[in-house]
Design a protein around this ligand. Structure first.
Ligand SMILES: Nc1ncnc2c1ncn2[C@@H]1O[C@H](COP(=O)(O)OP(=O)(O)OP(=O)(O)O)[C@@H](O)[C@H]1O
Length: 300
């Protein structure tokens, strides 16, 4: 179990963590989801005992993060956001190095990393620096697991990784969860939220919502429309200028729009036609975690 109480961290005038309190249950996949600069890395570095908070406390499996940092380092596996391996060592040498640091061997813990490592084993003589993004990530995860940690702390493990490797990575996390490993993972990809048991939406050093992905979506009370036009950037501007449009955000090749209750679909259709758009499609849609994040952000 991970517990954090009133964690606070500033860098000069920047408040990176603002009295953050939360807990992660044993065997849970807990996702911290927030844009760049929201404080995810600062939080994860503190929980990995690599950075001290200005105030507040945290613990893992009953051990205090400051007092018992040596113990903590043995029971966690930490995968930093940036490539953390030795680029000039081969795949196999990296793994052996991490195993030695933790006084273990690759053979001893092979069953835990087998599923992941087997995918990169054909390249075990290749320099880590010459691997693809997805393979680097699998090697980094294998290295983080080599000492059989009970808790995995993964800082943006899928950033810059192709969609197929991202999917494979999340499948691996599910398997590790089934082995009883607790996973704390951060991501800037909102679509990964549904793969977590619980998520925290993070903004400016605070969690603005913490719950299961479905409960967060259930709290969304607006009627949400998708609007497609032949000119997305111009229509973003025009939709936002409508006095009865509450919010309008670009989502891929369409806009997600909420409006005052007295504006019917036909009213918005007419408005866009008057503005010169000829290919307008408006549909009701179900909200995603990203819509909830945008709504929570625009409220404050
Ligand atoms: N060493 C530092 N010195 C000064 N400011 C920092 C430092 N590290 C982080 N910050 C600032 O603290 C805030 C939180 O940064 P942090 O890296 O924790 O967020 P993040 O959500 O992990 O973002 P990213 O994904 O971009 O790393 C940001 O405003 C960032 O600019």
């Amino acid at each position: 179990m991970i517990t954090a109480t009133n964690l606070h961290k500033t860098y000069g005038k920047v408040t990176a963590l603002n009295d953050l309190s939360f807990s992660v249950n044993d065997g849970e996949i807990f996702g911290v989801i927030g844009p760049d600069g929201s404080g995810k890395t600062t939080l994860f570095r503190i929980l990995a005992s690599l950075l001290l908070p200005d105030s507040g406390s945290a613990g893992i499996n009953g051990w205090d993060l400051v007092k018992d940092f040596r113990k903590i380092r043995c029971i966690i596996g930490y995968m930093p956001g940036r490539f953390s391996l030795y680029p000039d060592l081969s795949v196999e040498e990296n793994l052996k190095f991490f195993a030695t640091v933790f006084n273990t061997t690759l053979e001893e813990n092979y069953p835990l990393i087998k599923d992941i490592y087997q995918q990169i084993e054909p390249f075990k003589k290749r320099r880590a620096g010459a691997l693809s993004g997805g393979m680097k990530q699998k090697l980094a995860l294998s290295c983080a697991l080599i000492h059989k940690p009970g808790v995995l702390i993964l800082d943006e493990p899928t950033t810059g990784v192709d969609p197929v490797s991202r999917k494979e990575f999340w499948d691996m996390l599910e398997r590790l969860k089934s082995e009883g490993i607790t996973v704390l993972v951060s991501t800037a990809y909102m679509d990964e939220a549904s793969l977590c048991d619980r998520i925290a939406l993070m903004r400016e050093g605070s969690f603005i919502a913490t719950d299961t992905p479905q409960n967060i979506i259930n709290r969304y009370t607006e009627t949400l429309w998708t609007v497609q036009t032949e000119n997305l950037s111009a229509s973003l501007h025009d939709l936002r200028a409508h006095p009865k449009v509450k919010t309008c955000f670009a989502f891929g090749n369409e806009h997600h729009v909420t409006v005052q209750p007295d504006l019917p679909v036909a009213g918005l259709q007419y408005y866009l036609k008057e503005k010169g758009y000829s290919k307008v499609q408006i549909n009701v849609t179900t909200p995603t975690v990203e819509d909830c994040f945008m709504a929570l952000t625009s409220e404050t």
